[in-house]
Design a protein around this ligand. Structure first.
Ligand code: NCD
Length: 339
C-alpha cells in the first residue's frame, strides 16, 4: 500500500478506536429501558437523556471524512417504508451503513403486500425469521408499528404511523431546541398549523409535556383535534398573532394536503393568509426566537422563504441532528451485547 494511504488508514483506525472507547465510557452501565420505539411515551426521561448524550458524541462522528465504523458489523436493518420519505429514510439508512449494518430497503409497492395482498403481519414475521436485527417502519395506518412490535423478536422503530406519531422526529426536535435554547422548562413554544393530521405534532406535544413544557397550539379550529386541551397540557389559539407573541420557539407544521387537510380549510391561500410564518409575524416572537419545521416545507404556505432561509431558521440543523440521533438510537438499541 502507498505509505500515504497507509498513514490515512492508520489515522482512521486511531480516531475510530478512540471514538468507540469514549462511547463506551459515556454509556457506562446505562441502557435503554425499551426494546421498541413506537411512541415517544415509551421512553423515560433517563432514556431520552442517554439518547441525547450519545447524540452529542455522534455529532462529532458525522463530520469525519471517513466514518464507516465497525460497531454493528454483521447486523441487518430493514427499512420498511410504505409512505414517501426523504429525511427520515435516508438518515436511518445512512446511519445503519455508517455503523456497518447491512441495510435493506423495502417499499410498499416493491413488497408482496401490494400485488399479492400478503398481510403486514405475515411480511414482518417472514423478515423476523431471517433474523433481521431491527425493523424501521413507516406506515399510513396508525398503530402499525406497535402491532408488529408485538409479533416479532426484532426491535421496531416507528418512522411515522398515519396521523399518529413520529417519535424520532420529536426526539431530534427536542434535542435541537435544547441545543439552541438551553433547559426546556424555561421555553415558550408555539406549534403552528395542521395539528389534526400531523404525526409530528402527535409526538412533539407528548414529548414537550414530558419535559414540563405546555406548548401553545395555533391553527384554524378545523385543523385542531377535538379535546386537544383536555388530553394534553397545551393552550389552543386560533389567532397566530396572539399565539406567537414572546415565544422562544416557533414550530411550523406542513399542511398535510395528501391527508385531506384541504377539505378542512376554505383554500390554501386563505390558510396561508392567516397561518404562514411571515417576517412580520416572526417579529412578534422574542428577538432571538428560533424557527423550526420538520420538512418537507410548503414554501409561502407554512413558512415564507425569507423566514425559512433567514438567520432564525434552524431547519437544516434539525436534519443534521436527526442523523446523529438516529446513529445514537441504533447503537443504543443494538450495541448492548457488544459493549
Ligand atoms: C414528516 C413526516 O413525513 O411525517 N416529515 C419528516 O419525517 N421529516 C412531516 C410531514 O410530512 O409533514
Amino acid at each position: 500500500m502507498h505509505p500515504k494511504r497507509q498513514k490515512l488508514w492508520q489515522d482512521v483506525a486511531i480516531w475510530q478506536d478512540d471514538f468507540e472507547k469514549r462511547l463506551i465510557d459515556l454509556i457506562g452501565e446505562r441502557k435503554l429501558s425499551v426494546k421498541n420505539v413506537v411512541s415517544i411515551e415509551d421512553l423515560s426521561l433517563e432514556d431520552i437523556e442517554l439518547i441525547f448524550d450519545c447524540t452529542n458524541l455522534f455529532k462529532e462522528f458525522i463530520v469525519k471524512p471517513d466514518r464507516k465504523i465497525n460497531l454493528l458489523k454483521g447486523m441487518s436493518q430493514i427499512n420498511f417504508f410504505f409512505e414517501s420519505s426523504t429525511r427520515t429514510r435516508v438518515s436511518f439508512e445512512l446511519a445503519g451503513k455508517n455503523l456497518s449494518i447491512d441495510t435493506i430497503n423495502v417499499s410498499g409497492s416493491g413488497s408482496t403486500m401490494q400485488k399479492k395482498k400478503e398481510s403486514l403481519n405475515d411480511v414482518v414475521r417472514t423478515l423476523d425469521s431471517m433474523h433481521a436485527n431491527i425493523i424501521i417502519l413507516r406506515h399510513a395506518r396508525a398503530g402499525s408499528p406497535a402491532m408488529i412490535a408485538d409479533q416479532i423478536k426484532a426491535p421496531v422503530i416507528s418512522a411515522g404511523d398515519g396521523w399518529h406519531e413520529h417519535p424520532t422526529q420529536a426526539l431530534l426536535d427536542i434535542y435541537t431546541m435544547q441545543a439552541k435554547k438551553g433547559a426546556m422548562e424555561r421555553q415558550k413554544v408555539v406549534i403552528v398549523g395542521d395539528v389534526k393530521h400531523s404525526r409530528v405534532a402527535g409526538s412533539l406535544i407528548r414529548g414537550l409535556n414530558m419535559f414540563g413544557v405546555e406548548p401553545r397550539i395555533a391553527g384554524p379550529p378545523t385543523l385542531m383535534p377535538h379535546g386537544l386541551e383536555k388530553v394534553f397540557k397545551c393552550k389552543v389559539y386560533h389567532n397566530l398573532e396572539k399565539a406567537i407573541k414572546d415565544v422562544d420557539i416557533v414550530y411550523a407544521l406542513r399542511i398535510q394536503l395528501e391527508r385531506a387537510a384541504g377539505a378542512d380549510i376554505p383554500s390554501v391561500r386563505e390558510y396561508s393568509k392567516c397561518f404562514c410564518i411571515t417576517p412580520d409575524r416572526l417579529a412578534l416572537a422574542k428577538q432571538d426566537a428560533i424557527v423550526m419545521h420538520p420538512g418537507p416545507i410548503n414554501r409561502e404556505i407554512d413558512l415564507r422563504t425569507e423566514v425559512m432561509e433567514g438567520p432564525q431558521s434552524v431547519v437544516e440543523e434539525q436534519v443534521e441532528n436527526g442523523f446523529a440521533l438516529r446513529l445514537a438510537l441504533l447503537y443504543l438499541l443494538l450495541g448492548g451485547e457488544r459493549r
